[in-house]
Design a protein around this ligand. Structure first.
Ligand SMILES: C[S@@+](CC[C@H](N)C(=O)[O-])C[C@H]1O[C@@H](n2cnc3c(N)ncnc32)[C@H](O)[C@@H]1O
Length: 225
C-alpha cells in the first residue's frame, strides 16, 4: 500500500486544535490531529451529497436562489448545491479554516470537480454563525455540515450553533418555506424536539456513507413554517 503523504496542516481558530490533510493514491483525508479522528474522507461522500440534494430539493426552478453551505470540507456538498440550483443561483460557502479553502484550490479540489471555480460560488471566510446575525431573510436553504452532528467536534464553539437562540437566528435568515438541512452522524430525538420548538417542520432522512453502503448518517430537514 502506498504511504500516506501529509499535504498540509492548519490551526483551527480559538485553540480548536489542528487539521491535517493527507493523500494516499487518489484518496484524501482531513482529520483532527491527536485522538479526535477523521473529519472527512474523499472515498465516502454520499451523505454529503445527499445533504444538498435533500436540502435544495425544488430549487432548480427558483430564479436567483440563494444557498448557504457551512463548511467547505472537500467541497462535495457545495458541488451538489450548485448542481441542484439554476444558473442564476448564488451559493455562499462559509469556512472557518482558511487553509481548507487553499487546499481545495490545489489537488484536493479535483475530488468534487472544483466547485470553487464555479462563478456562482462565493466564499465567506470565518465562522458560519456570523452570517446568522443578519436577522433578515436571505437564504432559500442553509446546509450545515460543520461537525459530527448537533454537537461541537471540529470546533467546540459550534455547540452554540445548535442552541435555541441560534436556531431562531438561522430561521430568521431563511425565506418562508426555506430549508435548514443539517448533517449528523446520528439521530437525536432531543434535537428534533428543539427544532420543532424553534418553529420548524421537521423530517429526518437516513442516508448511507458510500453508495448505499457503510455507516448510516442522518440528515435533519427543518422547514421554516
Ligand atoms: C465535515 S467537513 C464538511 C464536509 C463537506 N460537507 C463536504 O462535502 O466535503 C466540516 C468543515 O466545516 C468547517 N467548519 C467547522 N466549524 C465551522 C464553523 N463554525 N464555521 C464554518 N466552517 C466550519 C471545517 O473546517 C471543515 O472544513
Amino acid at each position: 500500500m502506498a504511504p500516506r503523504t501529509i499535504l498540509g496542516t492548519a490551526k483551527i481558530p480559538n485553540d480548536g486544535g489542528e487539521l491535517e490533510l493527507t493523500q494516499r493514491d487518489n484518496e484524501f483525508s482531513i482529520h483532527l490531529k491527536g485522538l479526535r479522528g477523521e473529519l472527512m474522507n474523499s472515498r465516502m461522500h454520499s451523505s454529503e451529497l445527499a445533504l444538498a440534494e435533500l436540502g435544495c430539493a425544488g430549487l432548480k426552478k427558483t430564479e436567483d436562489a440563494k444557498v448557504l453551505v457551512g463548511g467547505m470540507g472537500m467541497g462535495f456538498t457545495l458541488a451538489a448545491a450548485l448542481k441542484a440550483t439554476s444558473q442564476s443561483a448564488q451559493v455562499v460557502v462559509a469556512e472557518l479554516v482558511p487553509e481548507v479553502i487553499e487546499w481545495n484550490k490545489g489537488p484536493l479540489g479535483e475530488c468534487a470537480g472544483r466547485p470553487l471555480n464555479d462563478p456562482r460560488t462565493k466564499v465567506a471566510l470565518g465562522d458560519v454563525a456570523a452570517l446568522f446575525k443578519a436577522q433578515k431573510a436571505t437564504y432559500h436553504a442553509v446546509l450545515l455540515d460543520v461537525d459530527n452532528g448537533p454537537e461541537g467536534f471540529t470546533h467546540l464553539d459550534n455547540d452554540s450553533l445548535y442552541s435555541d437562540d441560534s436556531l431562531q437566528a438561522i430561521r430568521q435568515t431563511l425565506f418562508p418555506n426555506g430549508m435548514l438541512a443539517i448533517w449528523s452522524a446520528w439521530s437525536d430525538p432531543k434535537f428534533i424536539k428543539q427544532l420543532k420548538k424553534a418553529h420548524f417542520k421537521v423530517q429526518t432522512q437516513t442516508v448511507r456513507a458510500h453508495k448505499g453502503k457503510g455507516s448510516r448518517h442522518t440528515i435533519y430537514l427543518a422547514k421554516k413554517i
